[in-house]
Design a protein around this ligand. Structure first.
Ligand code: ZN
Length: 149
């Protein structure tokens, strides 16, 4: 995993694994956000390093941007990735998997926090299919909780 920092955003890229070093994000001036768009994969040891990073990060607010579908899945199943003792992370945008009820087209769609909080917009619950204009549905409806719960 590479960490490149531009202003107060840390851009992660590559694989989050046993080689991943989160320490550069733990020194002041602190980052405001992490962008996950270029993360290709996360393994179990990488998840552990990420959780340890959250413990050290503490109670400071932090934003997650451009989460991949894999990252979204991990956020939905491992609350500690959004804060060790309490939730400090706001997920600003994440790829969410959908499938079309009519033609079975599957697509990952970028959902923004503003489309979900305070009220989940219909376009998040059932966007139009790009192929047939039919109604798409969330493959895992509970994943929307990464923006809220
Ligand atoms: Zn369709």
């Amino acid at each position: 995993m590479e960490v490149s920092r531009i202003s107060d955003i840390a851009y992660l890229s590559g694989v989050i694994d046993e080689e991943s070093d989160f320490s550069s994000m733990l020194t002041p001036p602190f980052i405001q956000a992490i962008d996950f768009s270029a993360v290709s994969r996360v393994n179990s040891i990488g998840l552990r390093s990420w959780m340890l990073f959250m413990t050290k990060w503490g109670d400071k607010p932090l934003n997650y941007m451009n989460c991949t579908t894999e990252i979204s899945d991990h956020l939905a199943t491992i609350p500690a990735l959004r804060g060790a003792s309490k939730r400090v992370v706001s997920v600003l945008s994440a790829m969410i998997p959908y499938d079309c009820l009519k033609c079975d087209h599957m697509e990952d769609i970028m959902v923004k926090r503003a489309e979900v909080v305070p009220v989940t917009l219909p376009k998040v619950v059932s966007p139009k299919c790009r192929i047939c204009s039919g109604e798409m549905e969330l493959i895992n409806p509970s994943i929307v909780s990464i923006f809220t719960a």
